[in-house]
Design a protein around this ligand. Structure first.
Ligand code: MG
Length: 257
């Protein structure tokens, strides 16, 4: 059946709230991904998660039964590394987890501990932030050090659907400490992630479709890049309902061709 999806070669899934919630799979996500692969679609994952490396994310998906490799994962930390490399920045300081540190190191960046000694600061979700670390930002006041944040998502879904504070809370804190806005948000809805995916896979915007549960990040990303999208709205859609599914089980049929 000819439909608007005939050109699509790859589906790019958001992770938190779309494929998994905390340590549990979203109902129907595994079956939908397997079915779409059977239909011939390539499957990629695109996440604003800034706490784990791409390999750690791939390991989690494999553990949940979704077979994938780190090459198919596009994360906000990876996007930040890509941006910094393009900008010729080699030394950074970091507010974030060991996972983010490892991701940035793997991209060839050197991490320095003193906030004012790098060429830029990268901000991710840091569950260990404390008053001493916050105080270090006073050394940056009045300086024009570029600050790259992974994303501005205030909350993300943990186990059993409870909300957990996200990287956006860190960004609010850093902006309050520095008295100015961060310079760049590397994650969704910034199109950096899809630019990287497109460059790596050779697929263009017309061949990609984004599936996610957030209008503000996933749908906004797809619109900014010029790709088709489907909103996963398990509690029902408020608008653009023709482009939404309330269960992952409906996705493969929507894309039958
Ligand atoms: Mg999500």
């Amino acid at each position: 059946m000819a439909n608007q999806f005939t050109k699509i070669k790859a589906i790019v899934f958001d992770l938190d709230g779309t494929v998994y919630e905390g340590e549990n799979l979203v109902d129907g996500a595994l079956e939908a991904i397997n079915s779409l692969r059977h239909q011939g679609f390539q499957i990629y994952f695109c996440t604003n998660n800034s706490t784990r490396t791409r390999q750690e994310i791939a390991n989690k998906l494999n553990h949940l039964g979704i077979v994938t490799t780190s090459d198919s994962i596009f994360s906000a930390g990876y996007a930040a590394a890509y941006y910094l490399a393009k900008a010729g920045i080699k030394q950074i300081s970091l507010l974030g987890t060991l996972g983010l540190r490892n991701e940035l190191s793997a991209a060839g960046l050197t991490i320095v501990d003193e906030l004012d000694k790098g060429q830029a600061i990268v901000v991710g979700l840091d569950p260990d932030i404390n008053y001493a670390r916050m105080s270090l930002f006073s050394t940056l006041l009045g300086k024009n050090m570029p600050v790259i944040a992974c994303n501005r998502d205030r909350w993300f879904p943990g186990n059993n659907g409870e909300l957990k504070p996200g990287c956006g809370i860190m960004v609010d804190l850093v902006e309050a400490l520095m008295g100015r806005s961060v310079d760049l948000l590397a994650g969704k809805p910034n199109t950096l992630l899809l630019e990287m995916l497109s460059r790596q896979t050779g697929l263009n915007k017309n061949e990609l479709m984004i599936v996610g549960d957030s209008f503000e990040s996933d749908v906004a990303l797809a619109k900014a890049f010029g790709s088709l999208w489907v909103l996963y709205a398990p509690h029902g859609c408020k608008n653009s309902c023709q482009n939404s599914v309330t269960t992952m089980n409906d996705l493969p049929e929507m894309l039958l061709r």
